[in-house]
Design a binder for this molecule. Structure first.
Ligand code: HEM
Length: 216
């Protein structure tokens, strides 16, 4: 039997966009943990020196937010929750055993949760980050406002770090996923197994295009 052709999942600009977000995330998460916990102070050296980490951390944060916003507008429609997602969530124990449930589209319920939690925590990080950003914006806010913003910033950061740890684990654990973001394609068998509705949509589009070409 002939092996099916791999399926394109992300274009080069989409992948560059994602890896800008991921690269900025690693720098801000590592330096941020360095600021937060005294026992992790050594992590501030990720930017070369602690002073540089303090200066660059907010700028990398803004770049991460802006780059993620592009991803947000690209993918939000594919991340809307539907009834198959409820079925998926109710059967999470089967998913952990590498079985599939429901007619999943381009993204499954787990990926959709990562997407929405990422945008929520990034908005909280941006807003609270501006309030505490010295020397530019913090002098315009009261001390109690800065205290609240510091709490929000820390909790949102821990939330995002946990969410991204799950995201990375899933990307590596589900065999065949990582090529999507590295090379842009996925094996047809991967799409058929994990995202059957998306697989049918892609094949239907291809068939439509072939019919159109044959006519002309
Ligand atoms: C640092 C290591 C990271 C790795 C190894 C990684 C890996 C991947 C992979 C393999 C995919 C493709 C999944 C698929 O199409 O089924 C993906 C998609 C995605 N990634 Fe990452 N990623 C990382 C960091 C991040 C970060 C920091 C964010 C956001 C703050 C992020 C947000 C996303 C989003 C939004 C998608 C599209 C999925 C969706 O819209 O639900 N990733 N990632």
């Amino acid at each position: 039997m002939r092996k099916e052709q791999p399926i394109k999942r992300y274009s080069a600009p989409e992948r560059v966009n994602h890896w800008i977000v991921a690269f900025c995330f690693l720098f801000v998460a590592i330096s941020g943990l360095g600021f937060l916990f005294p026992s992790f102070n050594w992590l501030m050296n990720i930017f070369g020196t602690p002073q540089l980490a303090r200066i660059l951390h907010p700028f990398f944060g803004v770049v991460m937010f802006a780059a993620f916003l592009i991803m947000f507008f690209r993918y939000w429609k594919h991340n809307l929750i539907n009834k198959d997602d409820i079925l998926w969530a109710k059967n999470i124990h089967k998913i952990t055993l590498n079985q599939e449930v429901g007619d999943t589209g381009r993204y499954n319920f787990g990926q959709k949760c990562v997407f929405w939690l990422a945008i929520i925590s990034l908005i909280l990080l941006l807003v609270s980050g501006i309030v505490i950003w010295r020397p530019y914006f913090a002098p315009s806010f009261s001390i109690p406002a800065i205290r609240v913003a510091l709490m929000v910033h820390s909790f949102a950061a821990v939330l995002l770090i946990l969410v991204i740890m799950i995201h990375i684990y899933a990307a590596l654990w589900v065999k065949g996923t990582i090529t999507a973001m590295v090379e842009g394609w996925v094996p047809a068998a991967w799409a058929k197994k994990h995202h059957p509705r998306w697989y049918r949509e892609i094949r239907a589009k291809e068939a439509g295009r072939n019919r159109q070409e044959n006519k002309t």
